[in-house]
Design a protein around this ligand. Structure first.
Ligand code: NOJ
Length: 671
């Protein structure tokens, strides 16, 4: 139970940059200590872990405001909560809180709420009062590092976050960066800098500020994504809260991946009846469109926009959809996505005026939704807005209730355009507000969201678990059409510790045909076994298997793993990894005692030894192993796979050879 009491000033200490008195709060296990102070009416904080200074005295606050102290309060919480779906069923939430109330020179109050967990810290700004609007241009929050660690980053302007994460020493950073940033220390410990519960605020980015004298180490400053007006945040007193600024601190890679700090900083579930929210795997009329076998558009237009005929390869047809539904029903998939199903995709669909309640004449959605239901499958809806928010918001209620009536409870949303409404960044407060409005409206209509071209997730799925998954990643679709040859194998050994730390990812694993007739120079850098492993490596409760039924039927034995692997977990563990090199993940099914293992490597072939002590000690397991063969070669012979059964126990070690760009997937069932 939350227990609040008046804070007693703990220690007066001489802090690093002249803070004469600081107030401290420690993690429940006392390993992490956060200090707060006011110096020359500017708020500062610093962080120590295991006696080592992680962040030196770092500035806080907004614009040119000066603050005076009003009060200090502390409290604590120690609870466990159950996830609606997730990588883990039960999450422990244990922290100590320090609430600092400050008053600015205009007599307005600001609360800084710190929480210190055993695995890191979080803090947010709150603006109490009774109404009254305010504007923020600059957030002054800084992170003064005391070391020169390696960092994994993407530049802040990376369109839709769809870039390859790069590693560099922090001192070598020049560009402004997206949040999150993953930090690798030379002693094998890690940090993860991001934000949580981004609701009515602007997404943060980080710029490299000058190091605070006499430090030679870098300082990351906060750059809030602005509106086109130049203002970053439009706030209202009594209502507006910043997202939580958070820093996970982990002694090793396993602890980093296990941290649930971001989810813990979000509010509990606000949806009372979550029975309609169902994790599932799905397929779709999708990869074939990206490979140009089919088109999104139904009609052909000339340059002036006049209809000159019907598109010869329209993908979302009644007949095609039935074929996909039949396949889904026969192979353990819960849903089928159809893109290009609605009017408005003809011509340049990125600036379209789509109708979200009018199917194309060749897509009989009423019939198909009945047909899908009879076969125990759901249609996955699709709302590609082309960034045209006004057009979408005008139709949002009717579009979602239309889907609800048809029994469509999952919708992939999309915002393909450099700017929303042609002028606002996706991750500005404008974009954040819109996307969260969609999530709330969808919840009211029993619809789950797979958000493409999203704002980087921040754990809001705890509060609104109908926000199931999202993009914000250079996903597998890039390997269909990018002209740079496709994503290097390293990419997927980086994502679990960068993008995936921010929440579920619609990466779309499961490509079974690596040929690419349109862009022969581009391909998925993978072996077949690795495509299976990705269903364990990359977490998404709505997990799309990318390829076409005809591709899956070319390798039915390997496909069995995809049919069986779940996407909702009782517990998950990264057993071993090196960012950018290899990742070994084990997860236990939430609805059976089965365990699954996924191991992947970068461009280097390697042998890994997997300690199976995560299995139940008293049981024998049948392990169905899908692995690269000695002859497997991702370029010359990618489909070669060994599928074998072994009996294994918790005291065994499983040795696997992962070929370059290869991997292994294992299903453990109790004997
Ligand atoms: C980009 C999305 O990432 C992709 O999955 C989708 O097919 C297209 N937009 C069309 O909405």
């Amino acid at each position: 139970m939350k227990k609040a009491y008046l804070f007693v000033l703990l220690v007066a200490a001489i802090a690093m940059t002249g803070c004469r008195q600081s107030t401290r709060v420690s993690s429940p296990d006392k390993t992490i200590e956060l200090s707060f102070c006011l110096h020359d009416q500017v708020p500062y904080y610093s962080v120590i872990k295991d006696g080592r200074q992680v962040l030196g005295t770092s500035r806080m606050g907004f614009d040119d405001h000066k603050y005076t102290m009003v009060s200090l309060r502390s409290s604590s919480k120690n609870e466990s909560w159950e996830t609606t779906w997730g990588e883990e069923r039960i999450i422990k939430n244990n922290y100590r809180e320090l609430q600092v109330t400050l008053r600015d020179e205009q007599n307005e109050l600001m609360v800084v709420r710190f929480r210190v967990f055993n695995d890191g810290i979080g803090f947010r700004y709150e603006f109490p009062g009774e109404g009254g609007s305010f504007e923020i241009c600059n957030e002054n929050t800084e992170y003064c590092f005391t070391d020169d660690p390696e960092v994994w980053t993407i530049p802040w302007r990376t369109p839709y976050y769809e870039g390859l994460w790069e590693k560099s020493p922090m001192t070598a950073l020049r560009d402004t960066l997206c949040s999150p940033v993953t930090i690798e220390y030379s002693n094998g410990s890690y940090a993860f800098l991001h934000e949580a519960a981004l609701d009515d605020w602007a997404a943060q980015n980080f710029y490299v500020a000058d190091g605070a004298e006499p430090s030679v180490f870098p300082v990351l400053g906060t750059y809030l994504t602005p509106w086109s007006t130049g203002v970053s945040v439009y706030g209202e007193r009594g209502k507006t809260k910043s997202s939580w600024r958070m820093l996970i601190l982990a002694d090793n890679i396993t602890e980093l991946a296990a941290s649930r700090l971001m989810l813990n900083l979000n509010e509990p579930c606000k949806i009372e009846d979550t029975s309609w929210i169902q994790p599932m795997k799905f397929i779709g009329i999708w990869w074939a469109i990206h490979l140009d076998h089919y088109s999104w558009c139904y009609r052909l237009l000339d340059e002036k926009g006049n209809v000159i005929g019907l598109a010869p390869k329209h993908g979302a047809t009644t007949e095609n959809m039935k074929r996909y539904i039949d396949f889904a029903a026969g192979h353990g998939f819960g849903g089928v996505l159809a893109e290009g199903w609605n009017e408005g995709w003809d011509g340049d669909w990125t600036s379209n005026l789509a109708s979200f309640t009018t199917p194309t004449p060749d897509f009989d959605i009423e019939y198909l939704s009945r047909y899908a239901k009879e076969h125990g499958v759901q249609i996955i809806g699709h709302h590609e807005t082309g960034g045209n928010i006004q057009n979408y918001e005008q139709q949002l209620d009717s579009a979602l209730s239309y889907y609800d009536r048809l029994g469509i409870h999952n919708v992939k949303t999309g915002y393909v355009h450099a700017k929303l409404e042609g002028k606002e960044w996706h991750k500005s407060q404008y974009g954040v507000r819109h996307m969260n409005h969609v999530i709330r409206t969808a919840a009211a209509n029993h619809v789950c969201i797979d958000n493409h071209e999203c704002v980087m997730p921040t754990g809001l799925c705890r509060t609104y678990p109908n926000l199931m998954t999202g993009e914000g990643v250079r996903g597998q679709e890039w390997d269909a059409w990018s002209t740079d040859g496709g994503s290097p194998a390293q990419h997927l050994c980086v994502l679990p510790f960068t993008r995936c730390m921010a929440g579920p990812v619609d990466f779309t694993p499961g490509t079974f045909d690596f040929s690419n007739p349109i862009h022969p120079e581009t391909r998925v850098h993978s072996t077949l076994a690795r495509q299976l492993a990705l269903f364990v490596t990359v977490y998404s409760p709505l997990q799309m298997a990318s390829d076409m039924p005809e591709s899956y039927m070319q390798h039915p034995e390997a496909f069995r793993f995809i049919e069986q692997v779940p996407c909702d977990w009782e517990q998950s563990h990264v057993l071993d990894a090196k960012i950018g090199e290899y990742v070994i993940t084990a997860r236990q099914d939430r609805h059976s005692s089965d365990w699954y293992l996924g191991a992947i490597t970068n461009e280097q072939e390697r042998e890994v030894s997997v300690d199976l002590s995560f299995l139940d000690k008293n049981k024998n397991y049948t392990a169905e192993i899908y692995r690269d063969d000695s002859q497997t070669d991702w370029q010359q012979n990618p489909y070669k796979i060994v599928i074998e059964k072994r009996t294994l126990t918790a005291s065994d070690t499983l040795t696997l050879t992962l070929k370059a760009a290869g991997g292994a997937a294992v299903r453990f069932t109790e004997l």
